[in-house]
Design a protein around this ligand. Structure first.
Ligand code: 5AD
Ligand code: SF4
Length: 468
């Protein structure tokens, strides 16, 4: 995914003095980090480059969660090296930075294999980009920052703002993870769990709303473990934070992701029933339906506990739609254990989900297991699971046809005369309506459903009659 960076501050000249291009792989946290790196660089005169070829600085923001991350990085770096050489031949300099989780995990190796890289920085150090650039430019040598500094990067970032016309925003409230699921690199690349103070989160949310955000998604590797300093002393939980955010005028929609089942406490479940702004959609990874595999994964919950949480969520908010993550072919997973995953999916019924083949990650306990599942078996299990999940997603989308849904209009549609938005259940909705509706929440009648999106009609039927 390539993330456009924000334009430089309003006072900057229309054409940026230096052109930045950020390529982002991986999760929403990386998308957030990429925009924040753009914010950090804006005071130095960096604005978005028209194209990769045009950039004075290229940042690759990498992901290490599943395989091929390193190979993908080096093949992209090979391409960029040729670009960098061509620029140098023309007497120009192009700075090349590798950021994110691969940088964190493989910093020294990156510089060994790709000595033409100018900067390597982990997810905790991007607030230091200005000084790193100065050092790289002065010394002509590569600069590396992959430590976990004692100061928080969040205390050093400029105020967040959306690009013109932005309607939805990410806001990182928590980083790192202490759960140590046996397959996962996150605790090693993103470090221990850390929560931002409530006051900082509220200030960033207000700034985002002031620049046009109507919907904010709170982000964290383990977001519902958030427990931040309260504005007036003491500590808040995520539920309490959501109540406070819901009071910000103009902020009509809230979401949070990604959660761990163990941290779905009663207050948070109750908030889903009490807060209209909290959207009826929750991404809650379960990974497997087999208790033996869940224990081997060190998930600290079993299938019954997960089902119990879903039941309580549905009691609190009957229309809540669920999303999840699944891993198939975890070491030692038998056919019967995989069947338990299919059974859990059938029992719950997901509105959408992500599913992956287990991929051994260097340094994680599961990677050392002797009983790795053969690749063809993993592929067959993934295909079976994805067929089931796709059918459930299609059925969920189909169940919206004829309903009137509130849709937040986020931008232009794919075709002329079309606009696009999001349903409360995070489905993409396309409709023929004027662009002046961008940024507004409108009622739309759902006319048709596809596998991944809905088609809407506006004005919704009743409103048409009311207008007549
Ligand atoms: N192999 C496959 N999938 C993984 N995930 C995390 N680590 C691995 C791995 N080693 C998946 C999990 C997690 C999601 C973000 O990525 O399902 O919830
Ligand atoms: Fe990784 Fe999520 Fe488990 Fe943390 S809770 S170790 S981020 S899968």
């Amino acid at each position: 995914m390539t993330v456009p960076t924000r334009p430089a501050a309003e006072t900057a000249p229309a054409a940026p003095r230096r052109r930045l291009h950020v390529i982002t792989w991986g999760c929403q946290m990386n998308v957030y980090d990429s925009t924040r790196m753009g914010d950090v660089l804006a005071p130095l005169g960096y604005g978005p480059a028209a194209s990769l070829e045009d950039a004075d600085m290229v940042i690759l923001n990498t992901c290490h969660i599943r395989e091929h991350a390193t190979e993908k990085l080096f093949s992209e770096l090979g391409r960029l090296r040729r670009l960098k050489d061509a620029r140098r031949a023309g007497g120009e300099r192009m700075l090349l930075a590798v950021a994110g989780c691969v940088a964190q995990a493989e910093g020294a190796e990156i510089l060994r294999r790709a000595p033409y890289v100018d900067m390597v920085l982990g997810p905790q150090t991007y607030h230091r980009l200005p000084e790193m650039i100065a050092e790289a430019e002065q010394s002509g040598r590569a600069v590396i920052a992959t430590d976990f500094p004692p100061e928080s990067k969040f205390d050093h970032l400029p105020e967040a703002a959306l690009p013109a016309g932005g309607v939805t925003a990410f806001l990182a409230i928590q980083e790192g993870c202490d759960k140590f699921c046996s397959f996962c690199v996150v605790p090693y690349t993103r470090g221990v769990e850390a929560s931002r103070p409530a006051a900082a989160v509220l200030a960033e949310a207000r700034a985002l709303v002031a620049s046009g955000a109507r919907e904010i998604t709170l982000l964290g590797q383990n977001v519902n473990a958030w427990h931040g300093a309260a504005p007036a002393g003491g500590e808040w939980t995520l539920a309490r934070l959501l109540y406070a955010l819901a009071e910000i005028p103009g902020l009509t929609r809230l979401r949070y992701t990604t959660s761990h089942p163990r941290d779905m406490d009663d207050d948070l479940i109750a908030a889903h029933g009490a807060l209209p702004a909290l959207m009826p959609f929750l991404h809650l990874p379960v990974q497997s339906g087999s208790d033996r595999i869940l224990a081997a994964m060190n998930r600290r919950h079993d299938a019954a506990a997960y089902l119990g949480i879903v039941e309580r969520l549905r009691r609190a908010r009957p229309d809540i739609a669920l999303s999840s993550d699944f891993i198939v072919g975890y070491p030692g997973e038998t056919a019967a254990e995989f069947a338990a995953t299919l059974a859990l999916v059938r029992e719950i019924g997901f509105a959408q989900a992500y599913s992956f083949k287990y991929s051994p990650r260097p340094g994680t306990p599961a990677a050392r297991a002797a009983d790795q599942v053969p690749e063809p078996e993993k592929e067959a299990r993934l295909a079976a699971l994805q067929d089931l999940l796709a059918a459930q997603q299609q059925a969920f989308n189909q169940s919206q046809v004829g309903r009137r849904l509130s849709v937040l209009i986020t931008g232009r549609g794919r075709h002329a005369g079309q606009i696009a938005g999001r349903s409360p259940y995070l489905q993409a909705v396309h409709l023929a309506a004027p662009e002046t509706l961008i940024g507004r929440e409108i009622t739309v009648t759902i006319a048709a459903a596809g596998p991944r999106s809905l088609a809407g009609a506006w004005p919704a039927e009743d409103e048409e009659h009311a207008a007549a």
